[in-house]
Ligand binder design. Structure first.
Ligand code: PFF
Length: 456
């Protein structure tokens, strides 16, 4: 993404720069932290299968739509929709609200990851493997969790203010493959633990009695979140892409890469949770945002002398994945304000920092001073609420509006033409049916079924 924010379109140095930047934005806490706990919570294999089907039908189609829309209009979200008439700008405005909701709480989790990387060196692996007391004590502490959140935010803001290009993109080239190798190694180790094979079966084999509207809406929200969809970012990324790069090939690669990392993270964490808790039902009952911070340290602690190194390197790599995504989220917020208000980059960044810090403090208070607010039922927090509201409510609505807009108002031929500028489009018919009919109906059915289940 352009870090200069000037109205002139800068462009990627090539197809791979685009794929890498999109993958760096996509692969983050959503893969390492969010996907495994959702898979654990929603019955393992059933969730995995639903997720895969959604990504390779709806997800990749929307990814193609967004990047092509960006490339053809040469604009970021609000401008892209506005180009077809002022009255459509609201879709871009709704999409733009998403990164503002996600960034503050993303930085809170980023702070947890930073703390854990440091804690392997300071407190040692045993201290972290105490069944959750360390984690609970930390996130409910009054000042400590704030400070780690602020530290994470400081790194993000410094990088964004310096410009993202060079360093981060190059570092990605090393960190992403290392993360994958580590994830494979840890998954293999986990699977050799007694009882882990049952956990792997729970994760891999669908049990259709576990199917529910909540599961599908959870998988759908996760798909948007993980692929960085329905929040305008891929429109912006597409607007920097030259007309030579094949869109179909790029989006397929991004989808495969993102799913691959999530799959591995699940294989690493879900069987480990199974070993710790003994049954699928126990895992489903206990799974939540804390899974990565409680279950994995338990696995690492069993690795003897290697535990410090493995724990530290693992959380360092997750930290890196989280940073690149948080940087891309913050960049998005900055460019929205710049484009929308016509402010300088400095003023826009200052405003984003102010908003994110204040909102972050507020959401973090949900674990201590404001823990009496349980927005989604007993035991839930403000963080759960913002996560749910952005991913499972706002993003499906934005995706629905985008599909209806392109499918019925602008007409899909605009996107088809753009795609064909750089490659053949064998799936043209399937894609068109997807955007015009299947995707909108699917989102409406899921949302209605979900609301009905809440009141039923
Ligand atoms: N896709 C990221 C993840 O899975 O962690 C989250 C994210 C990053 C969403 C950047 C949006 C974005 F612009």
């Amino acid at each position: 993404m352009s870090s200069t924010g000037t109205p002139a379109r800068s462009s990627w140095s090539g197809k791979w720069a685009f794929i890498l930047a999109a993958a760096a934005s996509a692969v983050g806490l959503g893969n390492m932290w969010r996907f495994p706990y959702l898979a654990a919570k929603y019955g393992g294999g059933t969730f995995l299968l639903t997720y895969l089907v959604l990504v390779f039908t709806f997800g990749v189609s929307l990814l193609l739509l967004e990047t092509a829309l960006g490339r053809t209009t040469g604009q970021s979200a609000i401008g892209a929709f506005k180009q077809f008439g002022k009255k459509y700008a609201f879709i871009g405005v709704l999409a733009s609200a998403v990164p503002f909701i996600i960034t503050p709480y993303y930085c809170i989790i980023g702070g947890w990851v930073t703390k854990y990387a440091a804690a392997y060196l300071i407190n040692g692996p045993e201290a972290l493997a105490d069944g959750g007391d360390f984690f609970t004590g930390f996130i409910t502490s009054n000042t400590e969790s704030f400070l780690w959140m602020l530290l994470f935010m400081a790194i993000v803001f410094i990088v964004v203010s310096l410009g993202v290009k060079g360093g981060i993109e190059k570092a990605n080239l090393i960190m992403m493959p290392t993360l994958i190798v580590m994830a494979i190694a840890i998954a293999v180790y986990t699977l050799t633990q007694p009882g882990a094979i049952d956990g792997a079966l729970y994760y891999l084999v669908p049990d259709f009695s576990k199917f529910s509207p909540e599961l599908v809406i959870g998988a759908l929200g996760q798909m948007f979140y993980s692929l960085s969809l329905a929040m305008g970012i891929m429109i912006t990324y597409g607007s920097y892409l030259d007309r030579k790069s094949s869109l179909t090939q790029s989006v397929t690669r991004i989808g495969c890469f993102d799913v691959g990392v999530s799959f591995l993270a699940g294989l690493m964490i879900v069987p480990a949770a199974f070993v710790a808790m003994g049954s699928g039902d126990a895992v489903a009952g206990a799974a939540g945002p804390s899974l990565m911070f409680i279950t994995l340290p338990g696995v690492f602690a069993g690795m003897g002398d290697a535990a410090v190194v493995v724990g530290f390197v693992f959380f360092l790599l997750v930290l890196f994945a989280a940073l690149t995504s948080a940087i891309s989220l913050t960049e998005t917020c900055v460019s929205i304000i710049q484009d929308g208000a016509g402010w300088s980059r400095k003023k826009a960044l200052g405003t984003v920092i102010g908003v994110v810090v204040v909102a972050g403090i507020f959401v973090n208070l949900g674990y201590n001073g404001l823990s009496f607010i349980e927005p989604l039922g007993a035991g839930t927090t403000l963080l759960d609420f913002f996560d749910f509201f952005s991913n499972s409510v706002l993003m499906p609505i934005v995706a629905l509006l985008t599909c209806v807009f392109i499918g019925w108002i602008v007409k899909p031929s605009l996107i088809v033409k753009e795609v064909k500028l750089s490659s053949s489009f064998k799936a043209e018919k399937v894609w068109t049916v997807m955007i015009k009919y299947i995707a909108p109906v699917l989102v409406v059915v899921i949302l209605v079924a979900y609301v009905a289940a809440q009141f039923g």
